[in-house]
Design a protein around this ligand. Structure first.
Ligand code: PAF
Length: 283
């Protein structure tokens, strides 16, 4: 089985016309490629509940904060098509940058509130880029359902906010983070870690889970976060950009009687890693 690759919107639309005529429910899994088991879990979820599944592969220049980071992002289209082959998706949509952003393109979608703290504070403009490309991909694929990983928790909330606010006719399906046996959340950026750094990176989820457990058992948030920070630093992370407990739905201040999320971004050997875990309400 080979994965059908579609590059032009007109060709995608031709397929979509037929699928929609048949009444098929269309699912989309937006990606930037460098596919791993985390992406495949999203594709499996899409296959389980949709008649047609489109995976999109577009390394979106508008969501990177530096040209170097954009240039360094892994581009592995052939391997991506191969890894998808056994899953039998209906299309791998790989648009050229000019298909997404023709010269006269002048529209940016900006979502306030949930996109502002954490990633938003450390990566100005990042979520404008994400929201704009995701809205484009929703329109281009006319998807009924879209599958997003909880690994990018804030991204998930931003996309949900956009869909609600703009009344977009697409259902967002959140899917759990996929981790290695040692607990590291799968991410395309992990490819840039040396074997040694990858072993040290495990301190990130360990610290998060330990802190979440301690908070649930009554340890103060400040103490739990201080212990987690110490553990991450001792493991050799160069910088912790944020490590915060936030309300799970709004990313505002966490409240004891509401579900919360512990979220982190930290640098290891020049690679920026993010992760998050749930902290249940204490009452
Ligand atoms: O999560 C990602 O890979 C990207 O942010 C997304 C949603 C594909 C938009 O470019």
């Amino acid at each position: 089985m080979t994965t059908p690759i579609i590059r032009r919107l007109d060709d995608l639309r031709a397929n979509l016309r037929e699928w929609k005529r048949n009444g098929d429910l269309v699912g989309v899994v937006p990606t930037m490629g460098a596919l791993h088991d985390g992406h495949l879990s999203l594709v499996r979820a899409a296959k389980a509940s949709c008649d047609r599944v489109i995976v999109t592969l577009f390394v979106n220049p508008r969501q990177f904060n530096s040209p170097e980071d954009f240039a360094k992002y892994p581009r592995t289209e052939i391997a991506d098509a191969e890894i998808l082959a056994p899953l039998d998706v209906d299309a791998l949509f790989v648009p050229h940058v000019a298909e997404m952003y023709p010269l006269a393109h002048a529209t940016t979608i900006s979502i306030s509130g949930v996109s502002e703290p954490l990633e938003g504070a450390h990566r100005p403009g990042h979520f404008d880029g994400v929201a704009t490309v995701v809205a484009l991909l929703f329109n281009m694929t006319q998807a009924d359902r879209a599958f997003f990983g909880e690994k990018d928790w804030q991204q998930l909330l931003v996309v949900q906010r956009m869909v609600t606010d703009l009344r977009l006719p697409v259902e967002i399906v959140p899917c759990p983070s996929i981790r290695t046996e040692s607990g590291l959340a799968l991410s395309s950026r992990n490819q840039r870690l040396s074997d040694q750094a990858r072993a040290r990176a495990v301190a990130l989820p360990e610290a998060l889970f330990e802190a979440a457990d301690a908070i649930a058992k009554g340890k103060t948030v400040d103490n739990a976060i201080a212990s987690a920070r110490a553990r991450i630093s001792i493991a050799g992370f160069d910088d912790i950009e944020y490590l915060e407990l936030r309300d799970s739905a709004t990313l505002g201040p966490a409240q004891a009687d509401r579900p919360a999320r512990l979220l982190v971004a930290a640098w290891l050997d020049g690679v920026r890693l993010i992760d998050n875990v749930a902290v249940p309400p204490s009452s």
